[in-house]
Design a protein. Structure first.
Length: 155
């Protein structure tokens, strides 16, 4: 039940975030960028809500920046004005006979799909495809440097 209510909250946050356009900031980015302290407070709250005895829950998902850069710098991608991040089951999870079965926050079942869309609110595809392959952490996390932490650290 706790997982369902947290997922409902995440979905609500995602929905209300879609309605916000970030106007009114003096730096021109609205609320697109927040302080490291605020981000760590948000991250810490999420991490604190996880069952600490279970290290298979997702802490983060890692996206290849070169793939994202290729997408956004492509002819199609130049018209992308926003990125939609959608929760999805991994194909391996579905193909193992678990389609439509909740996986909670498990790193073996949950991923995200990224889809850019333009100012007319239409999806923009990259050669007829969309971004996948977010790497789950813990499982496929950096092992050194500040990115190996679940919180944001300064070098």
């Amino acid at each position: 039940m706790k997982q369902l209510s947290i997922l409902t909250l995440l979905a609500l946050c995602a929905f209300t975030s879609c309605k916000h356009h970030g106007h009114g900031s003096t730096d021109g980015h609205g609320e697109s960028f927040i302080s490291i302290d605020s981000a760590n407070k948000m991250l810490g709250s999420y991490l604190g809500s996880l069952d600490t005895a279970n290290d298979s829950n997702l802490h983060s998902l890692i996206i290849d920046a070169n793939d994202l850069r290729d997408y956004l710098n492509s002819e199609e991608g130049l018209s992308v004005s926003h990125m939609k991040i959608m929760f999805a089951h991994k194909l391996s999870y579905i193909n193992a006979g678990k389609g439509n079965i909740p996986c909670g926050y498990k790193n073996n079942g949950l991923t995200v799909i990224l889809a850019g869309y333009n100012s007319d609110n239409n999806y923009i595809y990259f050669g007829g495809k969309i971004m996948n392959m977010a790497h789950p952490c813990p499982m496929d996390c950096p092992q050194s440097g500040t990115a190996s932490s679940d919180l944001l650290e300064r070098k």
